[in-house]
Design a protein around this ligand. Structure first.
Ligand SMILES: [Fe+2]
Length: 166
């Protein structure tokens, strides 16, 4: 039986009825999804990881229109010092090990694989590997990171935790 209200043929072949498929992420949720997808693809990132005791190692894993993905490694005791990210927003996650984040106004938090932190421009934090094992993290910045202003601690503020000793 014919139905006068039905679309004849394949409705997905009518492009003007469909929203365009986003080739690249544009929302915080999509950037978090990108970070999760890359984090789960261990074969993609693990062979690239290096550890450098003299300075934090970093590698740009991917770029896209308006965003960059960086991978960082942290040996025990290495940290970022307190900084912002200029006009960039970001999402980051830990791929291996554990990192301790101390964010201005938000306190301390330990991130392990599977945990994410999303932030907007103006977010100020300090990240340190306060564990006894090396750590690897993945950071998505949108737009790509062009500024990273340092915000030194005042004398009254405690220093971040040192690696735990036995
Ligand atoms: Fe940061």
């Amino acid at each position: 039986m014919d139905n006068d209200n039905a679309i004849a043929g394949d409705p997905t072949a009518i492009p003007h009825l469909l929203p365009p498929v986003a080739e690249h992420p544009r929302t915080v949720a999509r950037f978090a999804g990108l970070a999760a997808t890359l984090a789960s693809d261990r074969a993609c990132w693990e062979p690239l990881v290096r550890f450098d005791a003299t300075s934090r190692w970093y590698h740009r894993l991917r770029t896209g229109p308006g965003y960059e993905v960086w991978m960082l490694s942290w040996v025990p005791g290495q940290g970022s010092e307190r900084h912002d990210h200029g006009p960039s927003s970001g999402v980051y996650t830990v791929l291996e090990g554990a990192l301790t984040e101390n964010a201005v106004g938000r306190g301390e938090r330990v991130l392990t694989p599977g945990s994410f932190r999303a932030f907007a421009p103006g977010y100020i934090h300090e990240v340190v590997n306060a564990s006894l094992e090396p750590a690897v993290s993945l950071h998505v910045y949108f737009p790509g990171l062009t500024e990273m202003r340092m915000h030194p601690r005042t004398r009254a503020e405690p220093a971040p935790r040192a690696p735990l000793a036995c």
